[in-house]
Design a protein around this ligand. Structure first.
Ligand code: UDX
Ligand code: UDX
Length: 431
């Protein structure tokens, strides 16, 4: 099939590359010239395991191409995926200006039937707007369908999530659109759930909001655990063993971050309000998430007393492991709060330091975890990178100024940490 992707960011690039790997002819377009020029040279500017290799393989065999020209992408393809970003406005509403602009361009260049697919996360009823824009700007006789095909890929395991999904959701209002998308996903041999368009749009917001709710729920329970001496890992295992609940997304920590959950919870709350429904549950999910980041700062105060001039080492900056993405990373919020309180910050992250150095001032970046630990009063573990599991903790303890470690991701065994001589704090576990 001939496919184009408009917006080659995390979602667009991974989707386009996987479609190419399935044997389709794919053109990935983006208005960022530098990004496209790097991609043409086989250089991927973001970190996603396995992506660079897959891009090289498919570029070489001619199934994957890159362009800055929306015109070229639209003219040469039958299915067009809209994958531009949909960032939040200050009031939480999804900003759909890029989606609108891209639709206008698509309409102008349509040279025959096109299936235009929303892959970016958009609020319910966006398809109606997309339809109106295309109708207004298309040439007479250029037929089209709109569809919604949300993505559920997680950064760090995006290729696997796309190639082996639990389900593919296809929201359509024509048999032709349904057939095209079913044919595209047929090689994945997975369950394809067909709904109307607003159903598919809703599935995306509802799925992400539900997962965020699970995380806030378990974080709230972790706070109760701390007050009564129960262990959140045991409690989560007990809850998650019930098949109706399931064990996934019940890891207590420092709150969810990333480009999706914070934005989607807000956008879903906003659109619900617009539709006349007060989704108070989601407001609470967000509130708990904000408080959870503050808990780390409070633990610093409890263990360090005064924060002024204290040296704090941060292990992990990305919003989760196996990515360099720092969008809404809890670590950035915590660092800002500690800097405001007068702390001096050193940090290490295997992949995200470049991105943080572009946006946050006053951090001393280190070559590894040991360089961070040297002479600090307290270490904070804020992203659960595998590398941090393998650290020589005795060495770490010996080079710190004070052996205080706050484990925001429950990576270490509290008993072992105590035995090693750390003053150790974590989230919702018995110490
Ligand atoms: C995606 C989705 O689109 C978003 O709605 C979802 O909730 C999360 O994932 P993501 O792929 O992470 O966003 O965004 P980003 O990495 O910023 O990629 C968007 C790309 O679109 C960028 O490369 C940007 O240059 C490009 N773009 C943006 C265009 O090509 N044209 C535009 O008009 C705007
Ligand atoms: C998410 C969705 O999972 C995915 O389906 C897609 O819609 C895009 O958004 P992503 O943001 O890449 O994926 O990462 P995810 O693994 O979902 O983690 C999001 C955040 O939740 C991270 O900050 C992570 O640390 C946190 N998290 C996750 C927890 O705190 N506890 C958990 O149990 C799981």
């Amino acid at each position: 099939m001939n496919i184009s992707i408009i917006g080659s960011g995390y979602v667009g690039l991974v989707s386009g590359t996987c479609f190419a790997d399935l044997g389709n002819n794919v053109i990935c377009a983006d208005n960022n010239k530098e990004k496209i020029s790097s991609l043409k040279d086989g250089i991927v500017t973001m970190y996603e395991p396995g992506l660079e290799e897959l891009i090289k393989k498919n570029t070489k065999r001619g199934t994957l191409k890159f362009t800055t020209s929306t015109k070229e992408a639209v003219e040469k393809s039958e299915i067009i995926f809209i994958c531009v970003n949909t960032p939040p406005k200050n009031n939480g509403q999804a900003d759909l200006i890029y989606v609108e602009k891209v639709c206008e361009d698509i309409a102008k260049y349509m040279n025959g039937y096109k299936l235009i697919v929303e892959k970016s996360t958009v609020p319910v009823n966006t398809a109606q707007r997309v339809n109106d824009v295309i109708n207004s700007f298309r040439k007479k006789g250029a037929e089209f369908d709109i569809a919604s095909n949300p993505e559920f890929l997680r950064e760090g395991s995006a290729i696997n999530d796309l190639m082996h999904p639990d389900r593919v959701v296809v929201g359509v209002n024509s048999k032709k659109a349904e057939k095209l998308l079913k044919d595209l996903y047929e090689p994945l041999k997975t369950k394809i759930l067909v709904t109307n368009i607003s159903g598919a749009e809703l599935i995306k917001h509802a799925s992400n909001s539900f997962l965020a709710m699970k995380i806030s729920f378990i974080n709230a329970v972790a706070n109760i655990c701390e007050r009564v001496g129960a262990d959140i890992e045991e409690v989560a295992a007990g809850i998650g063993s019930d098949k109706r609940i399931g064990p996934a997304f019940l890891s207590a920590g420092i709150g969810y971050g990333g480009s999706c959950f914070p934005k989607d919870v807000q956008a879903f709350t906003y659109i619900a309000e617009e539709l006349g429904y007060d989704f108070g549950l989601l407001k609470e999910v967000e509130k708990i998430n904000e408080q959870q980041k503050e808990i780390v700062v409070k633990k610093c105060e409890e263990l360090l007393w005064n924060l002024l001039d204290k040296k704090i080492g941060i292990l992990g900056l990305a919003f989760k492991p196996d990515t360099d993405d720092i969008r809404c990373a809890p670590a950035l919020h915590i660092i800002k709060r500690l800097q405001e309180a007068g702390c001096k910050i050193k940090a290490y992250d295997p992949k995200a330091m470049d991105n943080v150095s572009k946006t946050t001032k006053g951090i001393t970046f280190c070559k590894d975890a040991y360089a961070v630990a040297k002479d600090v009063d307290c270490l904070l573990v804020l992203t659960e990178w595998n590398d941090f599991k393998e650290l020589d903790l005795t060495k770490i303890k010996n080079i710190m100024r004070q052996p205080i470690l706050i484990d925001g991701r429950n990576m270490y065994d509290p008993k072992k940490m105590k035995k090693l001589g750390f003053k150790y704090a974590c989230i919702g576990r018995k110490i």
